[in-house]
Structures are given as C-alpha cells and as structure tokens.
Design a binder for this molecule. Structure first.
Ligand code: CP
Length: 315
C-alpha cells in the first residue's frame, strides 16, 4: 500500500487484510512488551492542522509500538501561522527524513494533494480532511464491529448483512463518509438517519438508505449497530446550529431510546462526544457502548496501516 487516503479506494480483500493485521497488532498490545521492531529506522511525522486527541495520540502510540521515530507537528505554534504553505511545510518535514506522513487538515483533499503532487516521497495517511474522509476511523469502527459480532472468529470475516444505522450530523461528517464506503465494501447495509438539513445533497449516489425518524429506525429497523455522530458546531454557521434541547429530544440517543434498543444492538460514537446532546451519559457508558473499545482498537488498526505503508509490500 503506497498511501491510505480514502476507504473508497480499498478493495474488500485489502480491507479484510488490514483488519486481520490489526488483529495481530492487538495481540501484541496484550503482551507485557508491547513493541515490535518492524519500523526501526523509519520516521513518521504526525502533521496536524486541526485539533485531535484520539487520532494524533493513537498514531503516535502506534508508530512508537512499531519502533519508528515520531515527529509531532501541530499547526498551532508553527510557521503556518506566519503564512507558510502546505508545500513548504511538507518539504521541510521531508528534508528531516519523513518516511510516512499522517496528515489531518481542514481542507478536503489536502492529503490527496500531498500524496500526488510530487512534493514529498513519503507514504501519506489521511487522518481526517475537512468534511471528506477519515479512513482509519472507519477501519477501527469496522474492526470494532467485527470483534463484537464475530468475537474470536473475526479473522478473515467481513460484515455481510450487518445492519448499521448512522445517526446525526451526516452533512459535516468525514467519519460517516468513510464508514459508508467501507461498510458497503464489507457487505453491511447502511441507513442514515438525520434531520433533512444535515443530510448532504449529493447522497443519491451513496450505497445507503436514508430515514428521518430515529424512533422508527430503532423500533422497526432493529439495527445491529447504532452509530451516533457528533454535532460539528465548528463547521456550521451559528444560524444553522440546531436548538440543543430540540435536537436531543428528536435525534439524540437518550435514556428512553437506549432502554428500547433490541437485545444485541451496539452503540458506537467516534468521539469526541457531546454528552447530553447526541448521546446521553447513560448510553455512552452502557455495556452496549463500544466507545472505549473503539479508542483502544484505534492503536491496533493504525499500527496495521503504518505497517502496510512502511513495511508491507506494494499493492
Ligand atoms: N474520532 C476522532 O477523530 O477523534 P479526534 O478528533 O480526537 O482525533
């Protein structure tokens, strides 16, 4: 794998392979010594132009557990504030010997530009670009679903026939976009449930069903997975920010809806969560919730992605 920019680019075979390698990496996490020598001598740069907790820290942990050297770059406090361009920033990091660049950027397409412009030789991983994609989040979500649904027998499996309902701010969500493409590739059936104002206008080409009633989705749809999304206030004009009480009452996974979920339905959220808005504290902390598993699985999945980029064969 040369770059990881989008889940749309992943074949079913390569997605399952990455998830299986992540299983191997998860086994390493359970050992007393959690490190492998695989990327000794390689340098991974975390190039973050947007804030992050989970993604940046888990990429750092993943690279270090594969014995790579890690350089963390945050746009805040860097020469980006003096007007330095993405090209000059990237080439500065290339000059420092980057083998892999993990980039989060507010502009959709920035990772693609970095990977294809010829500015740098390093492999590029998209850690979230604008409202476009967040492929490693979708991969860790799929890994988490596979483990919850198939348990010990996860290896080699896809998600055929699994009913996944993604709820909330689809419009601004790169997590939703990456999940839609990957889940379709893995055979899952995806339904989006959102206020009409938070569904993208271009959704007609997506392999999904669309609904506007969360109660109907829970009571009649009986999803295997209910994925709640964060309301992304930072990407909305203030005039369009929904009334919080109204949003929570109509679109939130509150305690009453949590109690009505079918026996095996799991509750996911990519984080960070707005507790009390799209998800109640009881739902976030319930045994159905995979929120903390998703974070832990993120390290294994990102180890697998770095391995395939920097140590795996070309494909
Ligand atoms: N899910 C996710 O991308 O979280 P961060 O913004 O904290 O990285």
């Amino acid at each position: 794998m040369r770059h990881l920019l989008s889940t749309k680019d992943l074949s079913r075979e390569s997605a399952i392979r990455l998830l299986d390698i992540a299983e191997d990496m998860a086994e390493v996490q359970n050992r007393e010594v959690k490190k492998l020598p695989t990327l000794r001598g390689k340098t991974v740069v975390n190039l973050f132009f947007e804030d992050s907790t989970r993604t940046r820290i888990s990429f750092e942990a993943a690279a270090k557990r594969l014995s790579a050297d890690v350089i963390n770059f945050s746009a805040k406090g860097s020469s980006v504030s003096k007007g330095e361009s993405l090209k000059d920033t990237a080439q500065t990091l290339q000059a420092m010997g980057a083998d892999g660049v993990v980039i989060r950027h507010q502009s959709s397409g920035a990772p693609f530009t970095l990977a294809t412009s010829g500015w740098i030789d390093a492999g590029v991983i998209n850690a979230g670009d604008g409202m476009h994609e967040h492929p490693t989040q979708a991969l860790l979500d799929a890994f988490t679903m596979r483990r919850r649904l198939h348990g010990e027998a996860s290896r080699g499996k896809a998600l055929d026939g699994v009913a996944v309902t993604i709820v909330g701010d689809i419009l601004h969500s790169r997590v939703a976009r990456s999940n839609v493409w990957l889940l379709d590739t893995l055979g899952a059936e995806v339904t989006l449930v959102a206020p009409p104002t938070l569904v993208p206008v271009d959704v007609s080409g997506w392999p999904v069903a669309v609904g506007y009633d969360l109660d109907e989705a829970i009571d009649d749809g009986v999803p295997d997975v209910l994925m709640m999304l964060r309301i992304q206030g930072e990407r909305m004009h203030a005039a369009f920010f929904p009334n919080e009480r109204e949003y929570s009452r109509t679109w939130g996974l509150d305690d009453e809806r949590l109690a009505r979920l079918a026996g095996d339905t799991i509750v996911m959220h990519p984080g960070p969560m707005n507790r009390g808005l799209e998800i109640s504290a009881a739902a976030a902390d319930s045994p159905r919730s995979t929120v903390r598993e998703q974070v832990a699985n993120g390290v294994s999945v990102r180890m697998a992605a770095l391995y395939l980029l920097l140590a795996g064969e070309e494909s």
